[in-house]
Design a protein around this ligand. Structure first.
Ligand code: MN
Length: 241
C-alpha cells in the first residue's frame, strides 16, 4: 500500500507506529510540519527503506514558525521530498495569508534552485493561490496536491498544470470528493491517510490504512480493488523513479 501523506511524528507512539508500517511493508511519505521536526522524523525512517521523510512547514503554523525558513533551506539538500507545505485560506487561518504566502513562495523558490523536489501540498480554501504560486516557480518540482477540495474548475487547472493528487479516506466519503476523484487522471492519483488527523471508526487512522481510498478508486475506475491498488502502485513507482 501507498500512503503518500502521513504525519508519523504526530502519533503519540511514533516509533511503534513506524515499526508497524515497516512490518506491513507500507510505502509511507512521512511529512513534517516544521523544519525543527526533521531530524527526529528522519530517525523514524532509519533502517526502513519504504518510509521516506519530507521536509515541511505547514501553512497553519507558518505564522509561528516562519523564523525556521533559514533552517528549512539549510536542510533542503538532504531532503528529496518537501511537505507539508502550502496555503490555507480557511476562516481560521486566512488572517495569516501574508506570512503563509511568504513561506510557501520561498520554499518553492528554494526547491527550484535545488533542482526540484517532489512536493506534498495543502491547498484548503486556497487552490487558486497555490496554483498561482506554483505557476511562478515552474521548476520547483512535481506538485502532489494532498486532500484536494477545490472546485472542478480549479481541479481542471491543476490537471493542466501537471499536478498529481493524493486521495484519502475523508475525500472519498462525500459526493464532492468522489466527483473530484472521477475527474482526476488515473495515472496521477496516489493514496494517503493524513493520519493521525483523520479518524476511522473513532480512532486515528493508521499509516498505510488506505483501504477506503482504494475502494473509492476501484468504484470510480470500474475495476477490482486489487487492480486499482496496482495502478496506484505503478503511479507511485513512476513518480519516485
Ligand atoms: Mn497533513
Amino acid at each position: 500500500m501507498i500512503d503518500f501523506h502521513c504525519h508519523l511524528d504526530l502519533y503519540p507512539n511514533p516509533h511503534e507506529v513506524a515499526a508497524r508500517c515497516a512490518a506491513q511493508r507500507a510505502y509511507v511519505l512521512s511529512v513534517t510540519t516544521t523544519p525543527k521536526a526533521w531530524h527526529g522524523t528522519v530517525a523514524l525512517a532509519e533502517g526502513r527503506e519504504r518510509i521516506k521523510t519530507a521536509l515541511g512547514l505547514h501553512p497553519q503554523i507558518a505564522h509561528e514558525r516562519h523564523q525556521e525558513l533559514a533552517l528549512f533551506e539549510g536542510l533542503l539538500p538532504e531532503a528529496k521530498y518537501v511537505g507539508e507545505i502550502g496555503l490555507d485560506g480557511s476562516l481560521e487561518f486566512r488572517q495569516h495569508a501574508a506570512v503563509q504566502r511568504k513561506c510557501f513562495n520561498q520554499i518553492l523558490k528554494a526547491s527550484a534552485q535545488a533542482g526540484g523536489r517532489i512536493l506534498t501540498i495543502h491547498s484548503r480554501g486556497a487552490a487558486d493561490e497555490v496554483m498561482d504560486a506554483l505557476a511562478d516557480q515552474p521548476d520547483a518540482g512535481i506538485a502532489v496536491l494532498h486532500w484536494f477540495s477545490g472546485t472542478k474548475t480549479q481541479l481542471r487547472r491543476a490537471i493542466d498544470m501537471g499536478c498529481w493528487f493524493s486521495v484519502g479516506p475523508a475525500m472519498t466519503r462525500g459526493r464532492k470528493g468522489t466527483e473530484l476523484l472521477s475527474a482526476m487522471p488515473l495515472e496521477r492519483v496516489l493514496t494517503e491517510t493524513d493520519g493521525p488527523f483523520v479518524q476511522r471508526s473513532g480512532t486515528p487512522i493508521q499509516p498505510g490504512d488506505v483501504a477506503d481510498a482504494i475502494l473509492a478508486c476501484s468504484n470510480t475506475w470500474k475495476m477490482e480493488p486489487a487492480d486499482a491498488a496496482f495502478c496506484i502502485r505503478e503511479n507511485f513507482r513512476r513518480l519516485v523513479s
